[in-house]
Ligand binder design. Structure first.
Ligand SMILES: [Ca+2]
Length: 272
């Protein structure tokens, strides 16, 4: 891995080989209103498609920086090689970013090398429990925003993700966690919560994404509320080193149905 030009002298935190192999899977984020895939989220996997945990459990503290950098590089290289035309969403570990403007250099370098436009990169982040981390996270988000990247607050509605993060960190996008989405078509409590989050998102100018959509009913309920950006097994599971199958027929059908256009059609398209 190349040296980081923005750091005086020698940083070295992200240099060196990793003692284990890994690869990336890609899961689509769709827009039902537009009936298209807008983004692919890159998710870490073992070299033979093993779980994320099988890889993450090997990331010790001293490997954190280089692992985070290697994930970004691998995701961008693969997205380019697979001919991805959509946005690429990358999860980052706030604790793996030492100095935002310096640590982004390897990312920018691989973008230049493979010809990936930086405006098609989205960075997803989650909150951690410590206030000092919050300040650090704030600095990273501000820095990324100034560099023109899109940011998304991940897992909202689960764990540490608090309401004040929205105004404090000002992300561009908000990913509504599976915990809220699960069974939303038939649970009044979840519906009330999601409606409140939607109102908040609208007021703050955030684009909402429903995560963990697993059924057609959840997809349609969210779409009718106006949360037309969605991700989950209902559309596609993460595909290792692949962009998966064509979701066009399914998405057009959902668009028509959510907009009230009832058309007699055959069974839903096969999932990707
Ligand atoms: Ca994520």
């Amino acid at each position: 891995m190349s040296h980081c030009a923005r750091v005086e002298g020698h940083c070295g935190r992200c240099e060196g080989e990793l003692p284990f192999a890994f690869t990336m899977a890609f899961q689509p984020i769709v827009d039902i209103r537009e009936a298209r895939v807008t983004t692919f989220e890159a998710l870490v996997r073992g070299p033979q498609g093993e779980s994320a945990w099988s890889v993450l459990s090997q990331v010790t503290g001293d490997l954190l920086y280089r692992f985070d950098q290697a994930c970004r590089v691998r995701a961008i290289e693969l997205a380019s090689r697979l001919g991805m035309r959509q946005n690429l969403s990358i999860n980052f570990l706030p604790n793996a970013v030492y100095e935002p403007e310096a640590c982004i250099q390897a990312t920018l370098e691989v973008c230049r090398r493979v010809g990936w436009p930086t405006e098609r990169l989205v960075f997803e982040f989650t909150e951690t429990e410590r206030v000092t981390d919050r300040r650090h996270l704030h600095r990273i988000i501000e820095s990324y925003r100034s560099m023109g990247f899109t940011t998304a607050l991940d897992d909202f509605g689960n764990g540490y993700a608090n309401l004040d993060l929205l105004t404090d960190l000002k992300p561009d996008r908000l990913k509504v966690d599976r915990e809220l989405v699960m069974g939303c078509d038939r649970d009044p409590r979840r519906q009330a919560l999601i409606q409140a989050v939607k109102g908040l998102g609208d007021d703050l100018g955030l684009l909402l994404i429903g995560e963990g959509v697993e059924t057609r009913e959840e997809a349609l309920w969210l779409a009718r509320l106006g949360i037309t950006r969605q991700q989950g097994y209902y559309f596609a599971r993460p595909a290792v080193e692949s962009l998966g199958g064509d979701l066009g027929p399914l998405l057009r059908e959902l668009r028509d149905e959510s907009e009230g256009v009832r058309q007699r059609r055959a069974a839903p398209a096969a999932r990707g």
